[in-house]
Write a protein that binds this ligand. Sequence first.
Ligand SMILES: CC(C)(COP(=O)(O)OP(=O)(O)OC[C@H]1O[C@@H](n2cnc3c(N)ncnc32)[C@H](O)[C@@H]1OP(=O)(O)O)[C@@H](O)C(=O)NCCC(=O)NCCS
Length: 171
Amino acid sequence: MSAENLVSIREYTDEDFVSLTNLVAEFFTFHRRLNERGPLPPEEAATMIPQDMLQESSHILIAEEKQEKKVVGFCRIELHEGAYFLRELGVTENWRIRGVGTALLRAAEDYIKNAGKSNLYLSVVPRNIDAVRFFVRRGYDIINTLELRAETPKEKIQRKPLHFLGLQFRY
Ligand SMILES: CC(C)(COP(=O)(O)OP(=O)(O)OC[C@H]1O[C@@H](n2cnc3c(N)ncnc32)[C@H](O)[C@@H]1OP(=O)(O)O)[C@@H](O)C(=O)NCCC(=O)NCCS
C-alpha cells in the first residue's frame, strides 16, 4: 500500500504538541545513540520545541496515519538567510520503510516550491548511513557545505577515517 493511502501530511497545530514531543525525543535519541550518548528525555524535548523549533522562521509538517489519526512522523523546514533548510525529518520506528519519510520530504519540497524556491538544503550525519542513502536516492547528491568540528576532551568514541578532497577526516 502506498504512503498516500496510509498517512496524510498536514501542518502542525498546538494540539500536536505531545505527539511532536515524543517524536522529537525519538529523533534526537536516535542521533545521540549514533554518537554513543544516552537518550534525550521527553521533558527536554518539550523545552526544546518552543525554544528552538516553533520559531516564526520554522514550518512543521506532520504525518498522521489515517485509521486512528495517530501522528507518526514530522519534519521541520527553516528559512535561514533566504534559503530553506530541512532541519529534522523523523518517522517513529514502527512506521518506517512504508513511504512516510518520502511523503514528508516531498511535502517539504512542495512547500518550498509554493514559496517560490527550488533549493532545499539538508544536513545528515555521515554515521547515519541509512539516511544518507535515503536522501541520495531521492536526488540529494550534491555536497553543498561541510560542517566540521574539533574533538572535545571528553570524547571517547572510536571514529572511522574518511579521505576526501585530499584530506583526512573522521566521522
Ligand atoms: C530516514 C527516515 C526519515 C526515513 O523514513 P521512512 O518512512 O522509513 O522512509 P521511506 O519508507 O519513505 O523510505 C525508506 C527507504 O530506506 C530504506 N531502508 C532500508 N533500511 C532502512 C533503515 N534501517 N532505516 C531507514 N530506511 C531504510 C528503505 O528500503 C527505503 O528505500 P528506498 O530508497 O529504496 O525507497 C527514517 O528512517 C527515520 O526517521 N530515521 C531516524 C531519523 C533520521 O535518520 N532522520 C533523517 C536525518 S534528518
